[in-house]
Write a new protein. Structure first.
Length: 407
């Protein structure tokens, strides 16, 4: 019954908005998301819980509400199903926002798209997916945007390094796949990477390979310089690298019978010139570097449908976080690039300034509170020091009075 209800609600999202086909859209602005998203139980007690919240700082407490990872060192596995679709002949846009307000040290912030074969209540890290996209951070060495496509059963990582945002604010991540086998990646509605699928992923074997029958000719000379055959080593060149120190004197207490034969210490020879090498001249027989001839790769078969995915019907967050606190929001899957841009401007674009303003105010308040506490602590320390001095004075006066009475 729950699956039926979820499908019915998700069907509502498959509509045209100024020509845009919206396959899936989730704002998490009310509690309906809890019935539309399925929690995997594959990891048992190791699975963390998502909670709905706008976080510690925001622009609007309702519109900025998303789902937040709430427990440290946990796996998170949550997915939602919608009407199946194929992107054949159309653009595919995957977009969502990520807010690492906990200043994440290690953890994923990506989304996965699946076909309908996924068992949602058993989703886990090894579950086959169609696309994986979004930021991943772990220490100073890993701060990247993953763009992974499944092609013929293999997960293919992008061959480029796309750096993700690593601050505490909300950021918008957008992947666009075009039917001409090109793509774009945007962060905060600005293009950060683009290119051809065939070039930037290893979907296909190379078009050309080195000719296995070809080899460098025996008489091919690829040395640009050679030794000058007329150059000869000077007769006085050979000098030892180290010589006995001429200024060294045998110690007076040296006993040859006890200490052995005395030898002066060695020093660097000022006349030593190093290893002799003949001068270099241009090689008259130089033919340049030999380039291995290439031939068409018989295993290469062009594929004009690299972009195409026959079935997409589930979106999910399947990740691990050491330090929880990431908020996901405004998930959108559509075929309209302009609608996605506009939607991003109307959500993230409105949120960014307000949340930063609130965060800056909180930071300033915290700074003020810290300064007040420091001042208060300093005053208390000063008062305590004065009390100690007064107590010492009283004790001294009592001691002096006692000694006077004894006298």
């Amino acid at each position: 019954m729950k699956i039926f209800a979820a499908i019915c609600v998700c069907l509502f999202f498959v509509f045209s908005v100024v020509g845009a086909k919206v396959y899936f859209q989730e704002t998490f602005n009310d509690d309906s998301w809890e019935s539309l998203w399925v929690q995997s139980t594959h990891k048992g007690s190791e699975v963390g819980k998502f909670v709905a919240t706008a976080g510690k700082f925001y622009n609007d407490p309702v519109k900025d509400r998303g789902i937040q990872t709430s427990q440290d060192a946990r796996f998170y596995a949550l997915s939602s199903k919608f009407e199946p679709f194929s992107n054949e002949g159309k653009d595919l846009v995957v977009q969502f926002s990520v807010k690492h307000e906990q200043n994440i040290d290690c953890g994923g912030g990506y989304i996965k798209l699946f076909d309908c074969s996924l068992a949602q209540n058993d989703m886990h890290g090894e579950s086959p997916y169609v696309i994986m996209f979004g930021p991943d951070i772990c220490g100073p060495g890993t701060k990247k945007v993953h763009v992974i496509f499944n092609y013929k059963g293999k997960n293919l990582l992008i061959n480029k390094d796309i750096r993700c945002k690593d601050d505490v604010y909300t950021h918008l991540y957008t992947l666009i796949v075009h039917p001409d086998n090109t793509y774009e990646v945007k962060i905060d509605n600005e293009k950060v990477e683009s290119g051809e699928l065939e070039v930037d992923w290893n979907f296909l074997p190379p078009k050309k390979i080195k000719d296995p029958e070809a080899k460098k000719p025996d008489d091919w000379d690829d040395r640009p310089k050679i030794d000058d055959p007329t150059d000869a080593k000077p007769d006085d060149w050979e000098k030892p690298e180290h010589i006995p120190d001429p200024d060294a004197v045998k110690p007076e207490d040296w006993d040859d019978e006890m200490d052995g034969d005395w030898e002066p210490p060695q020093i660097d020879n000022p006349e030593y010139k190093g290893e002799w090498k003949p001068k270099q001249i241009d090689n008259p027989d130089y033919k340049g570097p030999w380039i291995h001839p290439e031939i068409d790769n018989p295993e290469y078969v062009a594929d004009k449908t690299l972009y195409k995915h026959p079935e997409i019907c589930i979106a999910g967050f399947d990740l691990w976080q050491v330090k929880a606190g990431t908020i996901f929001d405004n998930v959108l899957i559509t075929d309209d690039v302009e609608y996605a841009k506009t939607y991003g401007d109307e959500t993230w674009g409105v949120t960014k300034e307000g949340e930063k303003k609130m965060h800056d105010a909180q930071e300033e308040e915290e700074k003020k509170r810290t300064e007040e506490e420091k001042t208060k602590t300093a005053e208390e320390d000063e008062e305590e020091e004065e009390d100690d001095e007064e107590e010492e004075k009283i004790e001294k006066d009592e001691h002096d009075h006692h000694e006077h009475e004894e006298l």
